[in-house]
Ligand binder design. Structure first.
Ligand SMILES: NC(=O)c1ccc[n+]([C@@H]2O[C@H](COP(=O)([O-])OP(=O)(O)OC[C@H]3O[C@@H](n4cnc5c(N)ncnc54)[C@H](O)[C@@H]3O)[C@@H](O)[C@H]2O)c1
Length: 358
């Protein structure tokens, strides 16, 4: 068991899975003054040794059950292939550790419900680590929306353009992602798409119904895709268009999907761009209202900033005894959104997320 609430001055965290995204996922934990990266774990012994030195952790494990049995660990971050999220979160809860799991939450809605129930029964914090909602230009856009800067929101339009290039990704990191048994869906619309669904829901509310068309490039990449939805709030609509351009080189520090989000309101528009890649040389956030453009050039806009701030949210949620963002329930709602997209494109019909139970 971790230490009881109230006695924690520093959260000692264990990282389970030390692969590609750990480079960014660790940023907030290394930087938070009241967090200590106490232990690292990976089945790859060389990797775990490398991370031990790189992050100045105290302990290394190759068996996550042994890390969970360590009484010096208060919380864990799970950065493993998706099929392991469900058993790892349940085991972490049973060991009394606060738990954050990278998105997508798991493979099915019953799994999501079991993860929520296990963490609730154990009385531990449960965070679904979805960092795009912490990207500072999205944060600012949300603030503007809430201030009524564009009047009543009408629609959101998410445009995703993926190319080739970007940072180096080991082949093994790609291989499990294009295997539906390991990933739970396709690499674009489910894996990376979890972020787009999260943004869509966070900005404009709960989804009422979905109609989607998805094709598969080279048999494995779930693009091009056109996904449309209606919100429960009447008269609000959403659209997400995803395209893979295999001949388009993207110079970027990270993955190559570039996104542009447009939110239309009764009195103006908001554009947010960049996030992961950088196709357009424009400010990350532009507001149009009253016949004037306002560009927000001074926001932190590195993709890594979203990971940093998302990590701080987990540590602060533990220290302040509050819910993290996203919660398990948020994660389940996004699983239902995904299942509605999947059923819509595979069965050619309009589907309501709330009817999704599988
Ligand atoms: N938020 C984002 O933008 C973002 C981006 C990329 C990946 N991710 C998510 O991060 C997670 C990890 O992705 P990645 O790209 O780092 O993958 P990866 O394959 O590079 O890393 C996964 C690591 O887990 C380790 N592992 C596998 N089984 C294990 C076990 N039983 N015990 C301990 N370690 C084990 C592997 O050896 C590997 O090092 C996934 O959930 C993925 O969707 C999120």
């Amino acid at each position: 068991m971790g230490r009881p609430e109230g006695s924690v001055d520093k959260v000692r965290i264990g990282i389970i899975g030390c692969g590609r995204i750990a480079d960014l996922n660790i940023l907030g934990y290394l930087d938070h003054p009241r967090c200590e990266v106490h232990a690292v774990c990976d089945v790859n012994e060389d990797l775990v040794k490398m991370r031990l030195g790189q992050w100045k952790a105290k302990k290394a494990y190759t068996d996550y059950q042994k890390l969970l049995a360590d009484p010096d660990i208060d919380a864990v971050e799970i950065l493993a292939p998706h099929r392991l999220h469900h058993p790892m979160v349940k085991a972490a809860a049973q060991a009394g550790k606060h738990v954050s799991v990278q998105k997508p939450m798991c493979l099915s809605i019953p799994e999501a419900e079991e993860m929520i129930a296990a963490t609730r029964a154990a009385g531990v914090k449960f965070k679904v680590f979805e960092n795009f909602v912490f990207y500072p230009p999205y944060r600012k856009a949300k603030e503007l929306l809430e201030q009524g800067a564009i009047g009543e929101p009408l629609s959101i339009n998410i445009k995703l353009g993926t190319g080739v290039g970007g940072w180096w990704v080991p082949l093994k990191t790609w291989l499990w992602r294009v295997n539906w048994e390991e990933c739970g869906g396709g690499p674009s619309i489910y894996d990376d798409g979890f972020h787009k669904m999260s943004i869509a829901r966070w900005f404009l509310g709960e989804i009422e119904s979905v109609k989607a068309w998805v094709d598969f490039m080279f048999g494995v990449i779930d693009e091009p895709a056109l996904i449309t939805w209606r919100y429960q709030e009447s008269n609000r609509l959403g659209v997400w268009e995803a395209n893979m351009s295999p001949g388009m080189l993207v110079h970027g520090a990270y993955y190559t999907p570039d996104e542009r989000v447009e939110i239309a309101g009764t009195e103006g528009w908001i554009w947010v761009t960049r996030c992961t890649a950088r196709l357009m040389r424009i400010p990350p956030l532009i507001l149009y209202r009253g016949g004037e453009h306002q560009a927000f050039d001074d926001l932190r806009d590195d993709w890594g900033d979203s990971f940093h701030d998302c990590g701080w949210d987990f540590i602060d949620a533990i220290l302040q005894d509050r819910a993290p963002f996203l919660t398990g329930e948020d994660g389940k709602a996004l699983m239902q959104f995904w299942k509605a997209i999947y059923h819509s494109y595979s069965e050619g019909k309009e589907v309501r997320p709330r009817d999704m139970k599988d």
